[in-house]
Design a protein around this ligand. Structure first.
Ligand SMILES: Nc1ncnc2c1ncn2[C@@H]1O[C@H](COP(=O)(O)OP(=O)(O)OP(=O)(O)O)[C@@H](O)[C@H]1O
Ligand SMILES: [Mg+2]
Length: 312
């Protein structure tokens, strides 16, 4: 089931809080060199899973191998090899950004000269170099988040965990963080990222796992998830004149036809057959097709369906 190149192997990972099972026997693996997205609605168990994987809280059952180390038995060894951007800030607000970074360097036993070089470079890339001697309490949310990312990267980890790193940030901070993540990944860093932002997951992640009520309900490449979940194709068509709704809904290949404004929303099992039928239909009714759009399935759709309360 697992290979040597898996950098994270979650094995039956389970966490209960009182009677509530927040994470329910989940097993999955993250391959070396990939950006793995962990998606789920509020309260699904993303943070709890991340905290177990990073050795912050112990699981009630199961365990995880992280970089080959059992996170329950050898947390210190595992932690040497990964960096974490947690859900809530771990920076000391009464210290400056620079002091926070130097403290982080000392924690990881990095020689001071190396810490200085590395911190300067990260602050530069993240646009914080000029503000490095300011106390973190004066930082904006986006600046703070960029600093936390710099802190997570100081010891040059081969694996990076991020819990909703761009949540609530503006476009500029978001882009700065995402572009750094892409560069890091291209240089070989494996990334485990929880997010609510489907567009972000779609563009960034090689594979995504979807968690709902503590259980993984889907795990695949974004494109494959979209196709698997959305077998029904959607088309949008408009004509230059009134056409009978019944006839439209009864066309070969068409499942349903609903009117919204001056357009018809069509669902079809076979897109090609539906388009051919629509062309014939317009000719028969002396109508001209003004617009015809095929709507690609989105990760949003897949996510909403998979995390619906009544989903099996
Ligand atoms: N320390 C705790 N004590 C009690 N219950 C907790 C604790 N931490 C998490 N939970 C519960 O576990 C469940 C999962 O929470 P978790 O924070 O992992 O969700 P999440 O997917 O990260 O959600 P969000 O998107 O809101 O960050 C929730 O029902 C939450 O209330
Ligand atoms: Mg969370």
């Amino acid at each position: 089931m697992y290979t040597v190149s898996d950098v994270i192997q979650a094995l039956d990972l389970t966490k209960t809080f009182g009677k509530h099972t927040a994470v329910d026997h989940i097993s999955f693996s993250v391959r070396e060199g990939e950006i793995f997205g962990f998606l789920g609605p509020n309260g699904a168990g993303k943070t709890t899973t991340t905290r177990m994987l990073t050795g912050v809280i112990p699981p009630n059952e199961g365990t995880a191998l992280v970089l080959g180390f059992d996170i329950c038995r050898s947390p210190v060894l595992a932690k040497q090899g990964f960096g974490v951007v947690p859900e809530t800030s771990n920076a000391y607000t009464d210290l400056t950004a620079w002091q926070n970074l130097m403290l982080m360097g000392d924690l990881y036993g990095i020689p001071r000269g190396r810490s200085v070089d590395r911190a300067s470079e990260l602050l530069r890339v993240l646009g914080l170099l000029e503000r490095k001697d300011q106390k973190v309490q004066a930082y904006s949310k986006g600046m703070k988040q960029r600093l936390i990312l710099a802190m997570a990267l100081l010891h040059e980890p081969g694996l990076l965990f991020l819990d909703e790193p761009t949540s609530g940030l503006d476009v500029q901070s978001t882009q700065m963080i995402l572009s750094l993540l892409r560069d890091l990944n291209q240089a070989g860093t494996t990334i485990f990222l929880t997010t609510h932002n489907m567009e972000e997951a779609n563009r960034l992640c090689h594979r995504v796992g979807i968690i709902r009520a503590g259980k993984i309900v889907a795990l695949d490449a974004p494109e494959k998830l979209k196709v698997a979940i959305d077998r029904v194709h959607r088309l949008e068509v408009s004509f230059d004149r009134e056409v009978p709704a019944d006839a439209l809904a009864g066309l070969d290949g068409v499942l349903s036809a609903n009117r919204t404004g001056d357009k018809w929303q069509i669902t079809a099992e076979n897109r090609d057959a539906a388009i051919r039928s629509l062309v014939t239909f317009s000719r028969e009714h002396n109508a001209t097709i003004v617009t015809l759009n095929t709507l690609a399935p989105s990760l949003d759709d897949a996510f909403l369906r998979l995390t619906r309360e009544d989903h099996p």
